[in-house]
Design a binder for this molecule. Structure first.
Ligand code: ATP
Ligand code: MG
Length: 798
């Protein structure tokens, strides 16, 4: 077909078309939200395939979430009849996992290595610290986890980390011990997936060149949020570097928006964009300035807000879509009233404006905000779905079930062992486990092996447990995955345990849902019997020889598609023809469970309002968007209030939030809210002042920070009015500070107090009686807070 006249290009503007059909090297598309960056990437893949410039196996595309990868795949199969399975489309972690599975031996991993999610990682660290008697007060396990992940993101192994004092030495030692533990147990965390895969490419020229030859087109979405290691990984794949000069036949197209860089706290480096332009010799980044997503009132808000940031590459957005409705802003007297207002507005959007449920999103800065919002939606009987929060694969009962399954695959996985050795309870106590762990350390064995060394009754119980696993393993060899899971749930006693629990219904349902999740995974991933079949010999080996299956590296590049020909070996086992590796459905499913922890598996959420943090909303769009909690200390978050870089990141986050909306945008704030057991009175967010008046419609009287004064909790504005319609709240008088009694049961005005979270503060006012008694306290850096005295833990200072 004539490549310039493809139907795929119809409807694209000139710049988008240039990006889709770009040839001759590498380029960066630098463009604002909703300008079609993701669409350009997807269309480019389709166009390259359609015009025969590459076959599916020659494509590598990186997306930010698994969901985005799935969407891209779905779109592509709608555009073209292509073998989507042949393309490498996924997140960095997903792609690294795929690569490591194929070369596990080369990087010294067991073939069936397991992936640890963040929670597993933390408990592995805690276990390690306990074993080595490291003070968890001095070294907070969470901080150790953060440290280790940070090192890996920077590409540093323990020996590369600089040590300058005793404390940093301990941390590095911990990192080293943790690595040894993971290696022993055959598990890798997310950071390790990335780092190990990078090292694989760096240290094995033949493997590296194999992939360099294979991936003719590399495409990266959300490039502004890549970290240093991810950038280096891309560099390895792109071609050979010689003195900063890239030699390659492939082409890299990255798209990004510096204004949407919101993961600096996780190591993202917006500087990768400038580095990319330099290292990949991009002569002229492509800019897209037309926004196709939002009406102009919404866009004007986004543009005006982000203009307050100083660190910008600079670009603007325009739209042809007309003004649309102004952005509605409403202030409620507390968080519950705010949530009620939102659910009222949503009901109108559904009934009067005919918006579909799933086209309405509520975004918030912090996960803790979702509770009040959920409660209001429940009361209003509106179906909703929360992204993030406690996800399906992170629920305790699911993690227990997965731990059994993991141990069937990999008995050396001590994290899983400890999780379930006494769950459901089988009388194995902490003392026994200590004994077992000592024996394991002494004999340099994994826990399941060390069971043999524990004497007496305790040892018997442990052996009963390993016996149970052994039997499960034997009976389920070559059974369909569904059977294996059901057998595990029944035989382990997990189901009985939760059935006997008073509130166990949900958990039992979730466990049953696990069987469904496995089943749909098997179908989606093509593990079902009808997968690609090729001629095989009697041993089940492919007749077309795969060099890698002989443990050799290809001396000639494989046909681009060959790497993805998966052979059904019967019983659901697959053979990867590129590597000769076999993969059991169970192993594949367990990996899926770790990587997909972010996605809700149930289909029930289809017709539902979408709740998520702003971070999770990146790349998505909705007809109507609510941004809740526009208050100082919440958004911008109080961690960021005192530093310019942090504040700019918060502003970018707000920019992301605003630009998710297509047709309607609502912003809400509350004068008081319950957070961490305390009632806080917050000022309106400074970001509100940065939005253009002409695009806003205040539904409640606007309170300027200067005139607002201190909020107080007079009885007419307390939580028991939360059910009242918001309009009533508006008519409530603007709070006026009452004169305070000087002395009030132990606390007095101007007294110094200490709070466990906020530190030292000075009492400014006290009011109310009994359980309702509250004090307003100035905590300096943390601002002024109204605390419910029956809940807050305060001690008088002096
Ligand atoms: P973000 O920065 O938020 O990730 P983006 O730049 O990736 O945004 P897309 O999600 O690709 O933007 O596109 C935004 C919306 O505009 C989508 O609904 C997309 O289908 C639509 N769109 C993009 N280009 C065009 C076009 N040329 N004509 C019509 N609609 C378009
Ligand atoms: Mg996008």
């Amino acid at each position: 077909p004539d490549s310039s006249d493809s139907a795929l290009l119809h409807g694209l503007n000139a710049e988008q078309r240039a990006a889709v059909t770009f040839s001759g090297g590498h380029t960066l598309v630098l463009a604002g939200a909703g300008s079609g960056k993701t669409r350009v990437l997807t269309t480019r893949i389709a166009w390259l395939l359609q015009t025969g410039q590459v076959s599916p196996g020659g494509i590598l595309a990186v997306t930010f979430t698994n969901k985005a990868a799935r969407e891209m795949t779905t779109r592509l199969s709608a555009m073209l009849p292509v073998a989507v399975r042949g393309m490498w489309i996924g997140t960095f972690h997903g792609l690294c996992n795929r690569m490591l599975r194929a070369h596990a031996t080369a990087v010294g991993l067991p073939k069936q290595f397991q992936v640890l999610d963040m929670q597993d990682q933390l408990s592995a660290i805690k276990r390690l610290m306990k074993q080595h008697s490291i003070d968890t007060e001095l070294f907070e396990p969470k901080k150790v986890q953060y440290f280790i992940s940070g090192c890996k993101e920077e590409g540093m192994r323990p020996e590369n980390v600089p040590v300058h004092d005793a404390e940093s030495r301990t941390r590095v030692e911990l990192y080293q011990l943790y690595e040894q533990q993971c290696q022993r147990e055959g598990v890798v965390d997310f950071g390790e997936l990335m780092l190990r895969s990078y090292e694989l490419l760096r240290d094995h020229p033949a493997i590296r060149q194999h992939y360099q030859q294979r991936f003719r087109h590399i495409l990266v979405d959300e490039f502004q949020d890549t970290n240093r290691l991810q950038y280096r990984w891309l560099q390895q794949l792109a071609g050979e570097w010689d003195n900063g000069q890239l030699h390659t036949h492939s082409s890299v197209v990255a798209v990004g928006d510096d204004d949407q860089s919101i993961y600096a706290f996780r190591g993202a480096r917006v500087g990768n964009m400038a580095d990319f332009v330099r290292d990949f010799r991009v002569s002229q980044p492509i800019k897209l300035e037309q926004n196709y997503r939002s009406y102009s009132h919404i866009l004007d808000c986004a543009n005006a807000l982000i203009a307050h940031n100083r660190q910008r590459l600079g670009k603007n957005l325009r739209t042809d879509q007309g003004a649309g409705e102004p952005v509605r802003i409403s202030e409620a007297y507390n968080d519950l009233a705010e949530a009620d207002w939102i659910s009222d507005e949503i009901r109108q959007l559904l009934r009067q404006d005919g918006f579909p449920h799933q086209e309405i999103a509520i975004l918030y800065r912090s996960n803790a905000q979702s509770r009040a919002l959920e409660a209001a939606l429940l009361r209003a009987k509106l179906p909703y779905r929360v992204y993030g929060g406690l996800r399906f694969f992170e629920r305790a009962e699911i993690k227990h079930a997965l731990a059994y399954l993991r141990l069937l695959e990999n008995p050396w996985d001590d994290t899983s062992f400890l999780r379930i050795v006494n769950f459901p309870p089988r009388g194995i106590g902490a003392r026994t486990l200590e004994q077992l762990q000592d024996a394991a350390a002494q004999h340099q064995q994994s826990l399941h092996e060390a069971v043999a060394h524990v004497p007496g009754k305790a040892g018997e119980k442990l052996r009963d447990f390993t016996q149970l696993l052994q039997e499960l393993r034997q009976h389920n060899q070559d059974q369909p995955l569904r059977h294996t899971i059901t057998a595990v749930l029944e035989t382990s006693g997990l189901l009985d345990h939760y059935r006997a629990e008073k509130d166990g219904v949900d958990r039992v349902e979730n466990l049953e849902e696990l069987v469904n999740a496995a089943e749909s995974f098997i179908i989606q991933e093509g593990f079902a019997a009808d997968t690609t079949t090729l001629p095989i010999d009697e041993q089940g080996r492919p007749l077309t020889q795969s060099p890698a299956s002989q443990g050799l590296l290809p001396d000639q590049p494989l046909e681009p598609d060959a790497g993805n020909m998966l052979q059904d070996m019967g019983m659901g086992y697959r053979l990867d023809l590129e590597t000769g590796e076999t993969l059991s459905p169970l192993a594949a499913f367990l990996t899926h469970a770790s990587l997909e922890a972010g996605d809700n598996q149930t289909q029930a959420g289809q017709q539902a309002i979408q709740l998520m943090t702003v971070h999770a909303s990146k790349g998505l769009e909705f007809d109507a968007v609510f941004i809740a909690g526009m208050e100082e200390g919440l958004f911008p978050h109080y961690n960021a209030l005192n530093d310019q870089a942090g504040l700019e990141e918060e502003r970018r986050l707000m920019y992301v939030a605003i630009t998710r909306a297509r047709k309607r945008l609502y912003i809400s704030l509350a004068q008081q809210r319950m957070l961490n057991g305390q009632i806080q009175g917050n000022q309106p967010s400074r970001f509100l002042d940065e939005l253009p008046e002409g695009s806003l419609k205040w539904l409640t009287p606007r309170q300027r920070p200067a005139s607002a004064g201190g909020y107080s909790a007079s009885s007419s504005r307390s939580h028991d009015k939360a059910h009242a319609p918001w309009r009533e709240a508006v008519q409530a008088p603007v709070p006026v500070r009452k004169s305070q009694p000087e002395e009030s049961g132990g606390l007095r005005v101007r007294q110094k107090v200490f709070h466990t979270k906020f530190g030292e503060g000075v009492v400014q006012a006290i009011e109310g009686a009994g359980n309702d008694r509250k004090a307003r306290i100035d905590f300096g850096r943390h601002g002024s807070k109204l605390l419910l005295l029956s809940v807050a833990k305060l001690t008088p200072v002096d």
